[in-house]
Design a protein around this ligand. Sequence first.
Ligand code: HEM
Length: 215
Amino acid sequence: MGRIFDWIDARFRVKKPHGGFLQRSLPGKVSYWYCLGGVAFTLFLTLLLSGLLLSFYYVPSGDEAFQSILRITREVRFGRFIRSLHRWSAHLLIIFILLHTVRVVVHGAYRPPRELNWLAGVGTLVVAFGSGFTGYLLPWDQKAYWATVVGTSMAGTVPVIGKTLLYLLRGGPDVDGTTLVRFYSLHVLWFPLIMSLLLWAHFHMVKRQGISGGL
Ligand code: HEM
């Protein structure tokens, strides 16, 4: 492995500019609890990869979405496995982000100078919930449809901006094909892009500030 890395490094040159980061010493109290963020990141990568594979077969249209999901599950080779991998990774991502947040709270790692990183983290949590909500509609079955009717109706009860918010989410007064395309766009383009930017900022700050020392 070392020789392969050296071969790549001779061309890619990451070791020298990033040497300080790759070889820095960690605070003595770092433990397995500090791996929770890394697990969340691994799950995010799994979601990206399985989502890319699902996008080969999923059709984001009111007429074909449900059938395309059936096809993925019943006919496409490894389709059921990839779909389950995507769903389980999504559930686990939420759980691990929350566990990671608990770790950060217990260790008081949200305190200065890490308050901006805390906010970037809150952003990732909001985007993860948004991704879960938009992804839930995509199978376009009864459960998905009614969950979205209820969820978007709740947004409609927000004072002052509620109606605008409801129209913005649904793409009109009702949940229909336009809503499906809108949720698909948010789910596969907007949210992964925003999540990637937030995670870049999150990791950049961890890199620059170093990891906190724990209790
Ligand atoms: C997809 C979501 C997230 C990923 C992949 C992620 C990943 C990471 C990783 C790998 C670290 C390095 C140390 C560790 O793992 O504990 C870290 C640190 C940190 N994270 Fe996250 N994180 C996420 C969400 C959050 C959330 C929701 C919060 C809080 C609201 C948060 C706040 C922090 C803070 C303050 C640190 C610095 C901790 C320290 O220096 O001890 N993160 N994150």
